[in-house]
Design a protein around this ligand. Structure first.
Ligand code: N01
Length: 483
């Protein structure tokens, strides 16, 4: 393959980049490469190895529609099982042939009718199309807490877990109460002599149990592959319908909210319950799901600290009430920077970077394209449907859209395609209207919000997303032939 004259350059060999590679290969497009900064595939599932890691979307739904897996061990499979699933799929489609590992893309520019991308080694590669498959939660958020570097024990982010650090019998602190922290608290509470959870904002937690599948259930699904497909379909219908229903005011939102409140009521100590009670509506932040977090918080060796962190000292964390919490290990479950979309510099046809274009707020055309950036597409990027649905399913719709567009340009001899400003503005105007009355604007701080405080989400149902992106509307684009 002539590496410097690619049809498609894909950045990222996580779930969505692999998917794009499979779709291109199936369509007979061979001149593509996937650039991956690490030495393994997997994205989120490669980076995150913290204790308690599971997917918060049922695994039958969080898998490719064309590669169902009868062998999931649990409804929400543990992280290593998900990583192994992606490795199996990548091997089956022989994707290693197309992946350039240890190759970070630092800079991408649209020049003279093609994208020129530059690797960290200074190599330049040209490609007609650029697909950003870098994932929404990629850059670790390391909190700017005074003294963090002075801590004498071991400190690490949950997405860079240091497995060499012993945890048994040690004094562990964990900063944050998002989905990650809630998953990690139970296993940590079983190991630590003392676990301190530093909570800045309380979370609503919806109780959904993680059932284990029996050997007999797995054997049945292996024998009758249709059963896996039906299970996937069942979870897709259930999670897409309920996610859409709770966003707007109504019966389902009230049911969800009551479910969270009833679950919180299981905390026996009224003072602890008060500390765990959020001051915003359930579902405003991404919903955290767990059946064991409240049990763990009530254990004797677990302490929930709600006085905010003042500073970190060599011995531990000092909170604003003056207390020093002495620790051996400090875990940063502080999430990711949702405004850092993968590549540092992506410069479009007019010399403007994506960061500049999004200074006032992250806006796309239907989550897939940007005016001023011809032949550039996003997978699982801004304004996708999020919530407790499968981003794999969302990416499949996007990948098919991108593939159709690439095929059209090739078939009809166009050099480039660029979405118009008018179509992008009209789309964002309708998003703004649709956001009114949604759960996400009921008043909370969340990674769903962009720099201007607006949610960077698809405000309608996932079903509508699949429908609206089923076919590209070329009237919203400018197609150009080579001069
Ligand atoms: O990150 P978060 P996360 N001082 O941003 C706190 C996905 N996920 O990694 O709320 C003190 O939700 C911060 O406090 P506040 C899932 O989509 C998926 O937990 O900002 N605290 C918050 O409590 C999820 O939504 C799976 O006040 C500070 C926490 O850190 C997304 O990842 C599993 C602080 C960050 O919570 C992100 O979840 C787990 C500071 N300076 C997660 N800075 C799967 O299914 C931050 N915090 C793959």
């Amino acid at each position: 393959m002539e590496r410097n004259d690619l049809e498609v350059a894909i950045i990222g060999a996580g779930m969505s980049g692999l998917l794009m590679g499979i779709r291109l290969q199936q369509a007979g497009i061979e001149r593509f490469r996937i650039f991956e900064k690490a030495s393994r595939i997997g994205g989120t599932w490669r980076e995150n190895t913290y204790p308690g890691l599971t997917c918060d979307v049922p695994s039958f739904f969080y898998s490719y529609s064309f590669e169902t897996n009868p062998d999931w061990s649990h409804r929400f499979a543990p992280g290593p099982e998900i990583q192994a699933y992606f490795e199996r799929v990548a091997a089956k489609y022989d994707l290693d042939r197309y992946i350039e590992f240890d190759t970070e893309i630092r800079d991408a520019r649209y020049q003279a009718g093609a994208w020129t991308i530059e690797t960290q080694k200074g190599e330049e590669i040209r490609a007609k199309f650029l697909v950003m498959a870098t994932g929404p939660l990629h850059h670790k958020h390391i909190p700017d807490i005074p003294g963090l570097q002075s801590f004498a024990g071991a400190a690490f982010h949950t997405a860079a877990w240091d497995h060499d650090v012993p945890l048994e019998g040690r004094r562990i602190g964990i900063i944050g109460t998002g989905s990650t922290a809630v998953q990690a608290v139970t296993p940590l509470s079983k190991l630590a002599s003392q676990l301190t959870i530093f909570q800045r904002t309380a979370q609503w937690i919806y109780p959904i149990g993680n059932v284990a599948y029996t050997d007999a259930q797995r054997a049945r699904k292996r024998r009758f592959p249709l059963l896996s497909k039906l299970t996937r379909l069942w979870y897709k219908q259930l999670f897409e319908a309920s996610s859409a229903a709770v966003v707007k005011e109504g019966f389902f939102r009230r049911r969800l909210q009551q479910g969270c409140k009833d679950h919180l009521a299981t905390v026996a100590d009224p003072e602890l319950r008060r500390k765990l009670t959020p001051d915003y509506e359930p579902g405003c932040k991404r919903l955290v799901m767990s059946t064991d977090f409240y049990d763990s918080v009530q254990k004797k060796n677990v302490h929930l600290e709600v006085s905010h962190i003042h500073q970190i000292e060599p011995e531990g964390v000092r909170t604003e009430d003056g207390q020093l919490h002495e620790l051996d290990v400090l875990v940063l479950a502080t999430g990711f920077d949702p405004h850092a979309w993968g590549v540092e510099q992506v410069v479009g046809a007019e010399g403007r970077s994506l960061a500049q274009a999004w200074k006032e707020g992250t806006r796309t055309y239907r989550s897939i394209a940007m005016p001023g950036f011809p032949n550039l597409f996003f997978l699982a990027g801004p304004q996708c449907p999020l919530g407790n649905i499968s981003v794999i399913d969302v990416s499949e719709t996007q990948a098919d859209y991108i593939l159709r567009t690439i095929q059209k340009l090739d078939r009809e001899g166009f050099e480039s395609i660029e979405v118009t400003r008018e179509a992008t503005e009209a789309f964002n105007q309708s998003v703004k209207e649709a956001m009114k009355g949604t759960l996400w604007v009921t008043g909370c701080k969340s990674w769903y919000l962009d720099e201007s405080g607006d949610p960077v989400l698809w405000p309608w149902s996932a079903r509508r997303f699949h429908r609206d992106l089923a076919r590209p509307d070329y009237a919203h684009y400018q197609l150009r032939r080579a001069a």
